[in-house]
Design a protein around this ligand. Structure first.
Ligand SMILES: Cc1ncc(COP(=O)(O)O)c(C=O)c1O
Length: 408
């Protein structure tokens, strides 16, 4: 079991929650941070801190190196062709907004179509609704079948010559199923459009290869892959980035500024206005090294086993609705409801057993509407969870039913 070696790297997991072992199963919301990541952030501020690009003194040049080396590590991690295709943002949300407001506003016009998977997190859905309001382009939703999957028929019927942009998550943050991003990307390319793939829920659980997917843009947040909050990444194909107008403007993103106007820096700096978050970039680099050392394949195998055991446990209890029903394709998270119990009540009771799970609409309200529910519970796994965590989780669900007077 992976976790027996790695749990000790995360101090917070050794703490008690309500006098009980902390069973942290809200990893899809944010992961805990290993000591090496915390140390890397501290090291940056202790040893290398200065404002990058702006100083000619030794320390500032070291800070610039930290920044550019981080770009290099992330480019290799995603298999990007060039370092300049990596843009630092605050999080996935900002990265997706950058694409919507820069590429979207510059390229969309009335009656163009934006194909958006209905299961998207609001971060890859609301920006497209906003851009649609401004440009007159139409949002066309892609719908899931009863197994929570986007079929080839659905994709081919919705992605056509009017589709200028496809917005789809690699893995849904509610259903946990890998979406057919390669097929969807190929279809949108055949029609002359571009693909924006949200990898916030895949990057910590499986290899993301931007060239294999052939995505035009990929976004993720550092904090979901064991790095600090406040650092995110946008990958974009260089030839697209080069033609796009800036998103935010100000310092660092310019070539020259005159009273009469401004010329802009080349990508990626054109899209990195203001001082970047170098401390957390250093943390992200260390987090990537950490998961790569363990191996994403091993992590995936481990989390799949945890998911399988948790699914078996939930199914054996009875009275549990799992979304999508009967699916065994989820690899890192399970969304469910305890019949007759509001998810917020359930999550509160489970917390009294030291179990942290998410309750709510998970920033995916259109998906909730398709599923015919207002909210649900979500247990999501990481490399440090173990089989004991799953046992405690299942017992806490059982106890919740008892407390609520169900099934006893
Ligand atoms: C699939 C997906 N996309 C985007 C986001 C937004 O991430 P952030 O809040 O870090 O920007 C999340 C967060 O849960 C997510 O699960």
């Amino acid at each position: 079991m992976l976790s027996q070696y790695y749990k000790k790297d995360f101090k917070i997991l050794g703490k008690l929650e309500n006098d009980m072992r902390l069973v942290y199963l809200d990893n899809a919301a944010t992961t805990q941070k290993p000591d090496v990541v915390l140390a890397a952030v501290k090291r940056y501020y202790t040893v290398d801190n200065a404002n990058p690009h702006r100083g000619v003194y030794e320390l500032a040049m070291r800070a610039t190196d930290v920044h550019e080396q981080a770009r290099n590590v992330i480019a290799a991690f995603l298999n990007a062709e060039r370092d300049e295709e990596i843009i630092f943002t605050r999080n996935a949300t900002e990265a997706l907004n950058l694409v919507a407001y820069s590429y979207g506003l510059a390229n969309l016009k009335t009656d163009d179509e934006i194909a958006v998977a209905v299961s998207e997190h609001h971060s890859n859905l609301v920006p497209w609704q906003r851009v649609s309001e401004i440009t007159g382009a139409k949002v066309v939703y892609l719908y899931l079948d009863e197994h929570g999957e986007y079929t080839k028929e659905e994709l081919t019927s919705k992605i056509g010559s009017s589709t200028k942009i496809l917005a789809m998550a690699h893995v849904s943050n509610v259903l946990g199923i890998e979406n057919p991003v390669k097929l969807a990307t190929r279809l949108v390319h055949q029609n002359g459009g571009i693909a924006v793939i949200d990898c916030a829920q895949s990057v910590a659980h499986m290899k993301v290869d931007v060239r294999d997917i052939d995505a035009d843009f990929v976004a993720f947040s550092g904090h979901k892959i064991y790095a600090p909050m406040g650092i995110g990444v946008l990958y974009g194909k260089y030839e697209l980035l080069d033609k796009m107008p800036p998103f935010l403007s100000g310092g660092d993103m310019i070539s020259h500024v005159h009273e009469s106007g401004t010329t802009y820096a080349k990508p990626p700096r054109k899209f990195e206005a203001g001082t970047c978050n170098l401390g957390d970039e250093a943390g992200l680099v260390e987090a990537i090294r950490y998961v790569e050392k363990i191996g994403l394949d091993k992590i995936r195998e481990h989390e799949t086993e945890l998911c399988k055991k948790a699914l078996d446990g939930l199914n054996s209890l009875g009275g549990i609705d799992i979304y999508p029903a009967g699916s065994d394709k989820t690899r890192s998270l399970i969304s469910f409801n305890i019949r007759g119990v509001h998810p917020h009540d359930a999550a509160t009771i489970m917390d009294s057993f030291g179990v942290c799970v998410r309750a709510g609409h998970h920033c995916a309200e259109p998906l909730m509407e398709r599923l015919g529910i207002g909210s649900c519970l979500r247990a999501s796994f990481a490399l440090y969870n173990d089989m004991d965590d799953v046992d405690i989780f299942i017992r806490s669900v059982e106890q919740t039913r008892k407390v609520m007077g169900i099934g006893s």
